[in-house]
Design a protein around this ligand. Structure first.
Ligand code: ADP
Ligand code: 5GP
Length: 191
């Protein structure tokens, strides 16, 4: 069985969770890689489904034990990472892994996985619209929103390091484009 992976990265609020959620309903061999993180659980999130929620101490202990494929302090004091056990869990079932990671994490995973992975950057129409979406989502405090917007400009400059860029202006078009590109990758005529 060929081991494959899809890596989705974008500035927070660009719409990658929405796009990934859609793709998971279209392709039944895709399986979401559940990351570990040390932030607080948001309303509606479930431990072991959205993330493995760990305390900062538990997270650091796993770093020391070399249990991560990649990890990062995405925001100050907030750690996120992909556990090696997660890759084994999904590939053992013959499924394709779907990563939803920050931009640096996406670049690092692509370096590790090479041709096994298609890396996708989800591009927001503008920083203004990114801010609108995050405000409407209603999940961030003003401070957290500012952190995410401040980071977005630098993240967008890294888009050319991804295999493909999907514009998320109209969600309908973004869904259609991502379905097409992922379909081609899974069929073996990627990139
Ligand atoms: P991310 O996972 O990149 O942080 P989300 O998928 O959570 O982003 O999307 C951020 C917010 O923007 C959500 O409330 C989502 O419903 C909304 N959204 C996503 N794509 C679009 C779009 N094309 N047009 C308008 N709103 C969108
Ligand atoms: P959120 O707090 O909005 O769920 O995620 C914040 C950021 O952390 C997002 O950009 C998300 O993609 C990223 N992220 C989630 N999991 C991982 C991971 O395992 N590794 C890295 N590097 N980033 C991650």
């Amino acid at each position: 069985m060929e081991e494959k992976a899809l890596i989705f990265s974008a500035p927070s609020g660009a719409g990658k969770t929405t796009i990934v959620g859609h793709l998971l309903t279209v392709f039944n061999t895709l399986e979401f890689s559940i990351s570990a993180c040390s932030r607080q659980k948001r309303e509606g999130e479930t431990n072991g489904k959205d993330y493995y929620f760990l305390s900062p101490e538990e997270f650091k202990c796993k770093i020391e034990k070399d249990e991560f494929v990649e990890w990062e302090e995405v925001y100050k004091d907030l750690y996120y990472g992909t556990l090696k056990s997660e890759l084994n869990r999904i590939w053992a079932k013959g499924n394709t892994i779907v990563f939803d990671v920050d931009v640096l994490g996406g670049i690092n995973l692509k370096k590790k996985l090479g041709d096994k992975a298609l890396s996708v950057f989800v591009m927001p129409p503008s920083i203004e619209e990114l801010k609108n979406r995050l405000e409407k989502r209603g999940t961030e405090s003003p401070e957290s929103l500012k952190k995410r917007i401040d980071r977005a400009v630098e993240e967008i400059s890294k888009a050319p390091q991804f295999d493909i860029v999907i514009e998320n202006d109209s969600l309908e078009k973004a869904f259609a484009e991502s379905e097409k590109r992922v379909g081609e990758f899974l069929a073996g005529n990627e990139l």
